[in-house]
Design a binder for this molecule. Structure first.
Ligand code: TMP
Ligand code: ASP
Length: 264
């Protein structure tokens, strides 16, 4: 089965998404694949239905953030796997916001996974696969001109606001937002420039732990071979209220793939 459109001009293909030229100037179509990678492409796989779920989850979260005044690149969802977005100039940084020690922070600083951090910590990584996305500081970012001090300040403020809002939203559905990764872009309007949230927010780039059981409900299930990966993504969508209540996992997939076909 190949749902990928072939007519439009492909601008960029990443590990989990493809960007196509949009219908109007200044727009792009963001297509969500089922491909999953980890450890900078060393581990590769497919999470069946992931693209469909991440498209919906990211749409939902970006719309919620828009409602509280966070500017984003999201315009509207087009179909099961695609959304229309504003074309932005991507700032080459991966911004990681952490609330609880996990992943690379736990390893690097020898802090036990699950330890509540004294406060939320924002980290910057230089977005460069060839270099394995190295961690950088404001000094590197401003010296090499990846972002200005004003832009860094804006990114910090937006990140913390997004973190506060999403932490509450996820807690409301029994999930702890352990950490997550954001990307930002520059949106130009004549002479004026605004920093906007770009990319996606989904279980691919968040760590979400069940409040009751501490069960991992995100891409760590794929990274660490924990099994039930599709089910975890579906459960996040279900708790957000964007999936039918209590369908069996097969029903959900069938339901999605049927509507996916009729979408095109
Ligand atoms: P880390 O603990 O591996 O540094 O990851 C921190 C958060 O960032 C985690 O929620 C996963 C996310 N992340 C990405 O989305 N892309 C990446 O390339 C990496 C390394 C992490
Ligand atoms: N490092 C990313 C992750 O683990 C994916 C990748 O780089 O292949 O989320």
């Amino acid at each position: 089965m190949n749902f990928r459109p072939t007519k439009r001009h492909r601008i960029y293909e990443g590990k989990a998404k493809v960007l196509f030229e949009g219908p109007e100037p200044g727009t792009l179509v963001q297509y969500f694949k089922d491909d999953a990678t980890a450890f900078n492409n060393k581990k590769k796989g497919t999470i069946v239905g992931k693209g469909v779920l991440n498209n919906r989850i990211s749409e939902y979260l970006m719309m919620k953030l828009t409602e509280i005044g966070v500017p984003t690149h999201f315009m509207r969802r087009l179909n099961m796997r695609e959304q229309l977005i504003r074309k932005v100039e991507i700032i080459p940084l991966e911004v990681v916001i952490r609330n609880i020690a996990a992943g690379s922070l736990a390893k690097r600083l020898g802090i036990e996974e699950g330890t509540q951090l004294p406060r939320s910590i924002v980290e910057f990584y230089y977005k460069k696969d060839e270099l394995n996305d190295p961690m950088v500081t404001d000094e590197h970012i401003t010296a090499f001109g990846w972002a200005s001090p004003y832009e860094i300040e804006e990114i910090m403020q937006l990140s913390l606001r997004i973190n506060d809002y999403l932490s509450g939203l996820f807690l409301g559905i029994g999930l702890r937002l352990v950490d997550f990764k954001l990307e930002f872009g520059r949106l130009w309007n004549h002479e004026e420039m605004r920093i906007v949230l770009a990319d996606e927010i989904s279980p691919d780039n968040c760590r979400l732990w069940d409040v009751q059981t501490n069960e991992k409900m995100d891409k760590d299930r794929f990274r660490q071979d924990l099994g039930k990966v599709e089910e975890a993504y579906q459960e996040v969508a279900r708790r957000l209220g964007i999936l039918a209540e209590n369908p069996t996992s097969t029903d959900t997939q069938v339901q999605y793939f049927q509507s996916e076909k009729t979408d095109k």
